[in-house]
Design a protein around this ligand. Structure first.
Ligand code: H79
Length: 424
């Protein structure tokens, strides 16, 4: 959304617009960092034999000579890339959309762009159009598709600091964005990055946001297109964090890695557990945010199997407990309890219990506004839960042992309320 330059940020229609409804309900997407950097597998061996490690930043962090990085493309052949399997992994995880790095900071296009020859068709033996294959598979399986596009570009000569013709680069950027928004069917999300690097300006950000809106009015745009208050898209983008107090008048999405890197790094086996990923998702959804969880396919184009299985664990949990996430959001009705989180969808609260009580011990809900509970049951098994008014709220007493050690959900019917699945 845009506000006039110089004005303070004002909340926009993204909170309530039918344009963003699917995104606000979905809460969970897959981020995929896949590019020429993936060919390094996270390691660059210097001419002197020493090894430097990094992922999608490897060209910069390891000071790989430009000619060396360019030559790497001749051996980039991710022939095991299987778009149906990728989309299938997202579906199995319960993710409703995929955002793929069409172009990262290295400037390398993962599609056969007509704008330059720094792309997968002109430089690799692989040649296939990753984006087209994903578009077909995503449509077939009912997953929405978005593109990540880095405004910061380490390769285009006109985009370099001190370059003589940045305007020419911006023209090429827009031509690439046009390709992305017109050649692959409906594009659900445009996810820009690197907008903080000079000489990109707030005005150029506003023009680019306008450009996207004109070409594709339905596309949801992230805030890294420009500068807050001038061009800040539809949603904020906390990176590798779950903000404690996210409510600031803008939709938001936390992008986070499943291990410790965005791009593939063979040495990085520090995968988060399915339980951690699930609780991240539940907590984010209960604050009306989205969770964009990243995976990095390897040099063959294959998502590491550990990543796939950890994501699948989230999907298994969602198969039973998805009502606590999909279509749900923040409730101002109760304080956040110590034993879990509470989300809300209309006249139903979902108490996701992380620490299940021993028999008879109550889970206390502190009410911040008046409401009554007319029914309570455990989603996993339908077991009734005893509810009693207590002090500043209610005590819930479930019986038996926890149906799920990650999070067991108690659904509470409440009355009277105003339906509200997002809020501040
Ligand atoms: O695409 C992912 C990152 O590559 C990108 N945004 C996410 C989604 C990003 N670009 N820049 N930054 C994030 C911030 C810069 C971080 C840095 Fe570093 C710290 C650059 C150098 C030190 C991270 C750690 C990259 C290299 C080492």
């Amino acid at each position: 959304a845009q506000a006039a330059p110089g004005r303070n940020y004002v909340p926009d229609d993204a909170f309530t617009s039918s344009r963003t409804q699917w995104w606000r309900d979905a809460h969970f997407g897959m981020f995929m960092h896949f590019g020429l950097y993936s060919a390094y597998r996270g390691e660059y061996t210097r001419p002197d034999g020493t090894v430097c490690r990094d992922a999608e930043w490897i060209e910069r962090q390891c000071a790989i000579p430009a000619a060396t990085y360019e030559a790497k493309a001749a051996s980039f052949n991710p022939s095991s890339f299987d778009a149906s399997a990728v989309i299938g992994a997202a579906k199995a995880a319960g993710q409703k959309y995929l955002v793929i790095t069409a172009k990262h900071h290295d400037g390398f296009a993962m599609w056969p762009t007509a704008v330059n020859n720094w792309n997968i068709r002109d430089r690799t033996p692989f040649k296939r159009d990753i984006l087209a294959e994903l578009a077909v598979a995503a449509r077939a399986q009912g997953v929405k598709l978005g593109f990540y596009y880095s405004i910061w570009d380490w390769h285009d000569p006109d985009a370099q600091p001190g370059g003589s013709n940045y305007a020419a680069y911006v023209t090429r950027m827009k031509a690439q964005v046009r390709e992305l928004l017109t050649n692959y069917g409906d594009i659900a999300v445009m996810w820009f990055d690197g907008e903080w690097e000079a000489p990109w300006t707030a005005q150029q950000g506003a023009q680019l946001e306008d450009y996207v809106r004109t070409l594709s009015p339905g596309t949801i745009v992230n805030n890294r297109v420009g500068t807050r208050g001038i061009a800040d898209g539809d949603f904020g983008t906390p990176e590798q964090e779950i903000p404690a107090t996210p409510a600031d008048g803008q939709l938001w999405e936390s992008c986070m890695t499943v291990n410790d890197h965005w791009g593939f790094a063979a040495y990085d086996t520090n995968y988060k557990s399915s339980a951690t990923l699930t609780r991240n998702l539940v907590g984010i959804a209960a604050s009306s945010g989205n969770y964009l969880l990243n995976v990095g396919p390897d040099e063959r184009g294959v998502i590491p199997s550990t990543a796939v299985s950890r994501l699948a664990g989230v999907g298994t949990w969602l198969n039973t407990n998805g009502a606590a996430v999909y279509g749900a959001g923040y409730t101002g009705l109760v304080s956040k309890p110590s034993w879990g989180v509470v989300s809300r969808n209309g006249n139903r609260l979902y108490a996701s219990v992380y620490n299940w009580p021993s028999s008879g011990t109550p889970l206390h809900l502190t009410a911040r506004a008046p409401f009554t509970i007319t029914g309570a049951r455990v989603l996993a098994n339908g077991a009734a839960v005893s509810v009693t008014a207590s002090g500043d709220g209610y005590d819930l007493r479930p019986s038996g042992s926890a149906p799920d050690s990650t999070a067991s959900v108690i659904a509470l019917d409440i009355t009277p309320t105003t339906a509200r699945s997002v809020g501040t």
